[in-house]
Design a protein around this ligand. Structure first.
Ligand code: NAD
Length: 428
């Protein structure tokens, strides 16, 4: 999925190398963790609606399963590449480790464009992917989930195929299923809420009452909307959000200095997180250029849209008032920008910690499926809060005790835990 000049796997390996140096990891552990443990390439023949057979290429990469079954989503994308899947699998290992859930990291992908495929053709790809990989997947070794352009319906087709191949009911095989079909309550909210559990703890650390703070968001999709819901409940005020405009093929920011009204904005937002700008203007929002979200005079910036959004070019636009950046998106901050943010002493809540609520709740879904007993939503959210708050505390403690940048602290904890599990198993 990457553009040709950018290799995400090389970036993931470079990040790992620098943490390995900090941890002074022995060569064998470095050689193991720099690469993925297993990688599968599959060809999936599908009979198309016009009667012809088209063959789709797919992948599953298991980076490391020393701490438990590998876990990670499957993406459908026309530009999917094996190096993107490799990088994402590695990042999943670190994310599961930093929040201390007993899972490893994996990722999958199929090169296809769902926009140009009928439901029946997509079902064929889902079932074919599972048929090719069923021996290597399962509740006890590798658990897929939805990701870019895959959804609960795709997960159900995959589950159905897996159970048909195995001849038994195994709902813990996959997460992100619809509620009522083995999905967990609270999953929709989990990532956004997890972002705000982190923000709440960071504000406590900085001794700032949430009610005295303002925030600006990039994005107004699943992560941003639930983060705004919880942030507003703890009395924070959001003054700006941004989104992609499909019609104009550009992004816009929407500002209301008195604070946005979440429900009002949701009422004029499509299912892709795009806000109707004429209606927004009618409701008194200032409609500004897409990157205006980053230059607002706020206490908290929450990039929750895409990767590579805070860069060397725009990091200088961040107001002196900003005290916290919480990465709802994966990889929104480029390495050059990171250096500047660290220098300015802004409290960074890095993606592997800030947006780990989603995978934590997926783990809860798997646990509930394996027990065949489902929890109330309050119980799910309560357990999520505990898990994320504990992870925040561990990262914050590491940050302070070693006097290092919070992203490095999160990586040191995550890589350290995985390396330890490999050592304890006698692998290295
Ligand atoms: P989404 O598709 O629901 O929403 C994305 C939002 O970003 C939309 O409002 C869209 O208009 C906006 N957007 C897209 N391009 C933009 C641009 N150039 N400028 C401004 N806004 C833009 O996606 P989501 O599920 O909210 O995920 C957002 C990010 O969080 C992604 O990086 C995703 O990988 C990451 N993430 C999501 C989850 C999850 O559980 N949903 C978990 C972990 C990480």
């Amino acid at each position: 999925m990457a553009d040709k000049s950018f290799n995400p796997f090389e970036m993931a390996q470079a990040q790992f190398d620098s943490v390995a140096d900090m941890l002074d990891l022995e060569q064998g552990t470095r050689d193991l963790l720099r690469f993925n443990q297993r990688e599968f390439h599959v060809s999936i023949p599908v009979r198309m609606d016009d009667g012809n057979v088209q063959v789709f290429r797919g992948f599953r990469v298991q980076h490391n399963d020393a701490r438990g079954p590998a876990k990670g989503g499957i993406r459908f994308h026309p530009m999917e590449t094996i190096d993107t899947v490799r990088a994402l699998a590695m990042w999943m290992t670190w994310k599961c480790a930093v929040v201390d859930i007993p899972l490893g990291g994996a990722k999958g992908g199929v090169i296809c464009d769902p926009h140009n495929l009928s439901q029946r053709e997509q079902e064929g790809i889902c079932r074919g992917w599972v048929r090719q990989l069923s021996k290597n997947l399962g509740p006890l070794n590798d658990v897929p989930a939805p990701d870019v352009m895959t959804n609960p319906q795709h997960m159900l087709w995959m589950l159905d195929e897996y159970e048909a191949v195995r001849g038994e009911k195994l709902p813990g095989f996959i997460t992100g299923k619809p509620v009522g079909m083995g999905g967990s309550l609270g999953r929709t909210e989990a990532t956004g809420y997890g972002v705000i559990f982190n923000v709440r703890e960071a504000l406590k650390e900085l001794d700032i009452p949430p009610a005295d703070t303002t925030a600006s968001f990039q994005g107004f999709g699943n992560v941003a909307q639930y983060a705004i819901e919880l942030y507003t409940q703890i009395w924070g005020k959001v003054i700006c959000v941004s989104c992609w405009d499909q019609q104009d093929q550009t992004s816009y920011s929407f500002r209301k200095s008195g604070g946005i009204d979440l429900e009002e904005l949701q009422g004029i937002t499509d299912r892709f997180g795009g806000i109707d700008k004429d209606k927004a203007e009618g409701l008194g929002y200032e409609v500004l250029p897409g990157d205006a979200w980053i230059e607002q005079d706020v206490d908290i910036l929450i990039p929750a849209a895409l990767e590579n959004q805070i860069t060397g070019d725009n990091v200088g636009k961040i107001s002196d008032k900003v005290k916290i950046i919480a990465e709802g998106a994966n990889g929104p901050t480029a390495p050059e920008a990171d250096k500047e943010i660290a220098k300015r002493d802004i409290f960074m809540l890095p993606d592997l910690l800030a947006n780990a609520g989603g995978v934590t709740c997926s783990y809860f879904e798997q646990v509930q499926c394996n027990m065949n007993y489902f929890w109330e939503k309050d119980e799910v959210i309560g357990k999520l809060d505990t898990q994320i708050t504990n992870a925040f505390e561990a990262v914050n403690e590491m940050r302070k005790s070693k006097d290092i940048y919070a992203r490095d602290a999160a990586y040191v904890i995550a890589v350290g835990r995985v390396a330890e599990a490999c050592r304890e198993r006698g692998w290295v």
